[in-house]
Design a protein around this ligand. Structure first.
Ligand SMILES: [Zn+2]
Length: 262
């Protein structure tokens, strides 16, 4: 699927687990998350067959957060094509140390079970848990090389989630901040830091956006994006289901949970 805007076209590539957004400009391309490590071949095929451009025209790969279906392909794309990686400055703390290493394995296992539920064939998704971004991002910076995109730090799902905001086109790439599951707009799993998540929803609802690009559920065009974020805030107040509690229990091994004082 493609969406045309004034200065770029957005291509939606269906990855192994998530939707991957490739923003095509006249002279370069910007990758909004790189999918799982096995999505590198899907990105390559899409570039060659649909856009008719070499993958090396991608000038920047953004990692919204470290989960396997978002960060998995980035390092492989960098080593194959020299594409620099940008991510929040704390991204490599997530899977650091023994706890982080265990969390990484659990997250890959959970991603595999999502793929199984989606009736995907079994493919390898283990990736290097430490990514060493080439450029580290802070809240309210603009993207290097693509200064029309602003970076917002939106912790809650992890401690280092970022979203990208294109003011001129009222576009927001939100990664896992909201997940569309069979037409229902749901919280990501897990929400490890609910108070931070609430603040992140407030921050996003204050933006003037009319299209949100989700990693799970595609693009959503709506006249009232703030009400969507407010509805997510309401969901935060609901008691978690047993499944949500289980995912939460399996997600607290990262040293970042301790750093946040939980
Ligand atoms: Zn995630």
């Amino acid at each position: 699927m493609q969406m045309s805007y004034l200065s770029f076209t957005i291509h939606v590539i269906e990855g192994y687990i998530s939707s991957i957004y490739l923003v095509e400009y006249d002279d370069s391309m910007l990758l909004l998350d790189s999918g799982c490590v096995n999505d590198v071949k899907r990105i390559e095929e899409y570039c060659k067959q649909v856009i008719n451009r070499p993958p090396g025209d991608i000038k920047l790969a953004v990692v919204s957060h470290m989960h396997p279906d978002h960060a998995g392909g980035a390092a492989a794309l960098r080593s194959k094509y020299g594409i620099p990686i940008v991510a929040h400055k704390d991204v490599d703390l997530w899977y650091s140390g023994l706890g982080g290493s265990l969390q990484h394995k659990l997250d890959c296992y959970m991603a595999m079970s999502v793929a199984r539920t989606n009736k995907r064939n079994r493919e390898r998704i283990l990736f290097n848990p430490i990514i060493h971004p080439d450029i580290l991002l802070n809240d309210l910076q603009v993207l290097p090389f693509f200064e029309d995109w602003a970076v917002l730090h939106t912790p809650g799902h992890t401690l280092h989630d970022i979203v990208l905001y294109h003011h001129q086109e009222a576009l927001l790439y939100i990664g896992d901040i909201i997940c569309d599951v069979k037409g229902k707009m749901l919280l990501p799993l897990p929400v490890l830091f609910p108070t931070l998540m609430e603040n992140s929803y407030d921050k996003l609802s204050a933006l003037n956006s009319s299209t949100i690009l989700m990693a799970h559920g595609g693009a959503k065009h709506t006249g009232n994006v703030p009400s969507l974020f407010m509805a997510m805030k309401e969901q935060l107040k609901q008691p978690p289901t047993p499944f949500m509690r289980k995912i939460h229990r399996w997600s607290t091994f990262t040293p970042e949970v301790k750093r946040q004082g939980m």
